[in-house]
Design a protein around this ligand. Structure first.
Ligand code: ADP
Length: 643
């Protein structure tokens, strides 16, 4: 066949024009595209040798070779893959098969593409990316199992030439005539440059990407001892990629050491991961996932709410390193790789954002992480506690942000309680399982630290009745509580809010009578104390929840409690003015003392002072700051002096 000149399909011409005339910002990817095509071609060839006895693996092994010629500014990408016959060549390199690319091109006005060159990266440039760096591209190819070989060439000007040629073995060789005038840094004939691109984008390609490298070495034979060594040039073939796509291997073939090495290398970690999650999703969405749970949280984990995301690969070709679409913010501690066979190689961030396939993969990733945590919690309790101590705070964010998985996440939550040792936690399920027989609610108390909540007067009545109270001491808990609402159909009840009712019906009646009697007895005193406190409190009343302490402040059901108010303040938010109720313990000796004082002299000045003291004490025990600490100290000293 003599040389024939043919025209590209209209869309290809349009695409080439865009590629050539728009200064696409990331030219390096041309090599990724060509290596990836070569790797696919080898994949297909390997597959054919498996199914056809007449075809065998090349004696030098499957490989992709890079060659350069600095003088002539040439880069060659040579593969021993499947190759193409004439028909395939014309169909594949000359038309655009990908219908999405076609549609995108139609939509994209030329003017817009020139103004926004980054758009180019959004669709399947594939082979045509060569024209970003080359002003002429040649391709010789021979189909595996066939004798004829074909030469194709084009200057990207709307036409290409095709002719028959000779080629010793099957596969494809692509020769790029690099554009002139590029700076040193973009000289693609430089060994370091190619090495760097391969490492960055094609490291995990499963076949070796090799290059002949010439180095100066001491010529042992020619060198004489005691004199300067005689050097000689030695050329050897080096493999540029590590080929360690360990996620494509089956789990049973990968050793713990290999996982650990990969984790540390790929994610710049200094210690081994806590757990490895490696699976192949099958069915409508096929992908491979290899995720890692780190042992320790990075210092900025809590403040940096943006997910770092996972590394996304498409058929072992690196696409991007922090694909946020695959990982919600509350799982931002997870590191790993997702390798999809169904996504387009040129998928861009913009496209990923509302890609249904990516959403499905993301969903699958989340449920895999959550189910792994669930089984870790039940099977490796200690490891889970350690994990939770590091990442529990971040995981909790999911209660708010991931409605669909709220129930699953709630089962992973853990809290310290009035019955756990300091530092030990229980799950909500553990709590429910050991609730008292007639207990209907899950009790919790919030505060800044275990120490504060543990010593809170609010706990007294619960301790007395052997009721367990969860300690919510994380800032984020305030936001989790509304999302939680109930667990296993048991409502959550903050014991620092509203009224608490711990008694049985009988006890209630009995108490009611006692309370009425006590209220009558104490009413005048309560009024006097309330007058003394003015609008600092909403009311002063007798308490059911205290046994040892004299006073406590409680919020209304749904009102803003002290801890929440403090937090809002620290975040610079305006805290709505809400008053709380001061509850007093009628069985505390202080109360009877005050009652007597009031009976003797209703306008005794000290009553106002003592009201303040009871109020300030309540603030102190809940960990709140005193509005006027100096005044408090004076009052206490004065009292001491009177003893
Ligand atoms: P894509 O790789 O996204 O399909 P390309 O434009 O890069 O798009 O390539 C078009 C087609 O050309 C490929 O699908 C493949 O069939 C063929 N092709 C490209 N490079 C090679 C190669 N090195 N060996 C064999 N076939 C190739």
């Amino acid at each position: 066949m003599s040389t024939q000149t043919k025209s590209f399909q209209t869309e290809v011409s349009q695409l080439l024009d865009l590629v050539i005339h728009s200064l696409y910002s990331n030219k390096d990817i041309f090599l990724r595209e060509l290596i990836s095509n070569a790797s696919d071609a080898i994949d297909r060839a390997r597959f054919e040798t498996l199914s056809n006895d007449e075809l065998v693996e090349p004696s030098e092994g499957w490989k992709i070779k890079l060659e350069t010629d600095k003088e002539q500014q040439l880069v060659r990408i040579i593969d021993n893959g499947i190759g193409m016959n004439q028909e395939e060549l014309e169909k594949n390199i000359g038309t655009i098969a990908n219908s999405g690319t076609k549609a995108f091109l139609k939509q994209l006005g030329e003017a817009e593409a020139k103004e926004r060159p980054e758009l180019i990266g959004q669709f399947g440039v594939g082979f045509y990316a060569s024209f970003m760096v080359a002003d002429k591209v040649e391709l010789s190819t021979r189909r595996m199992g066939e004798q004829e070989a074909w030469h194709w060439s084009s200057a990207g000007d709307g036409t290409y030439e095709i002719s028959e040629t000779e080629k010793a073995s099957h596969g494809t060789t692509i020769t790029l005539h690099l554009r002139e005038g590029d700076e040193e840094s973009t000289d693609f004939t430089q060994e370091y440059k190619l090495r760097q691109i391969v490492k960055q984008y094609s490291d995990y390609i499963a076949f070796p990407v090799v290059m002949d490298v010439t180095r100066q070495e001491k010529d042992e034979e020619a060198s004489v001892e005691g004199e300067d060594p005689v050097m000689k040039e030695v050329t050897s073939e080096e493999t540029l990629n590590s080929m360690k796509a360990i996620w494509t291997r089956s789990k049973s073939d990968v050793s713990e050491e290999e996982y650990n090495q990969f984790y540390k290398g790929a994610f710049h970690e200094y210690e081994d991961p806590r757990s490895v999650i490696h699976w192949a999703a099958e069915g409508t969405t096929e992908f491979k996932g290899l995720l890692f749970l780190p042992k320790h949280a990075p210092h900025d984990l809590f403040y940096n709410e943006d997910a770092k995301g996972l590394h996304l690969y498409v058929k072992r070709v690196f696409i991007m390193d922090d694909c946020k679409e695959l990982l919600p913010g509350y799982l931002r501690f997870v590191k790993g790789v997702v390798d999809s066979a169904d996504l387009d190689l040129n998928v861009s961030r913009e496209i990923l954002q509302d890609n249904p396939l990516v959403r499905r993969i993301g969903k699958n990733v989340v449920s895999k992480v959550l189910s792994t945590l669930k089984s870790m919690q039940s099977k490796e309790a200690e490891a889970y506690e350690e994990f939770y101590a590091e990442f529990g705070r971040v995981l909790k964010e999911g209660m708010h942000t991931d409605h669909g998985n709220r129930e699953k996440i709630s089962k992973l939550l853990r809290y310290e309680s009035s019955k756990t040792e300091a530092g030990k936690t229980i799950s909500l399920q553990n709590y429910v399982d050991r609730m008292q027989p007639d207990q209907k609610e899950i009790y919790y108390l919030n505060g800044d630290s275990r120490e504060i909540v543990e010593n809170s007067p609010l706990l007294e009545a619960f301790k007395e009745r052997n009721l367990e109270v969860l300690f919510f001491t994380d800032t984020i808990d305030e936001w989790v509580i509304p999302a939680l609402d109930s667990f296993d159909e048991k409502p959550l009840k903050g014991i620092h809010r509203g009224e608490v009712n711990l008694d049985s019906e009988e006890e209630k009646q009995e108490k009611e009578e006692q309370r009425k009697a006590a209220e009558e007895e104490y009413q005048d005193l309560l009024n006097a104390l309330q007058n003394g406190l003015g609008d600092k409190v909403k009311a002063v009343r007798l308490s059911d929840r205290l046994t040892d302490s004299a006073s406590v402040l409680v919020a209304d059901e749904g009102g803003i409690d002290a801890h929440m108010a403090q937090m809002m303040k620290s975040m610079g938010q305006v805290v709505p003015e809400t008053k709380r109720t001061l509850e007093l313990n009628p069985s505390h000796p202080v109360l009877s003392r005050l009652k007597n004082m009031h009976a003797e002299k209703a306008d005794d000045e000290r009553l106002g002072e003592f009201a303040e003291l009871l109020h300030d004490q309540a603030l102190l025990t809940e960990g709140s700051p005193l509005p006027n600490p100096a005044q408090f100290a004076q009052r206490v000293s004065k009292l001491m002096a009177e003893v």
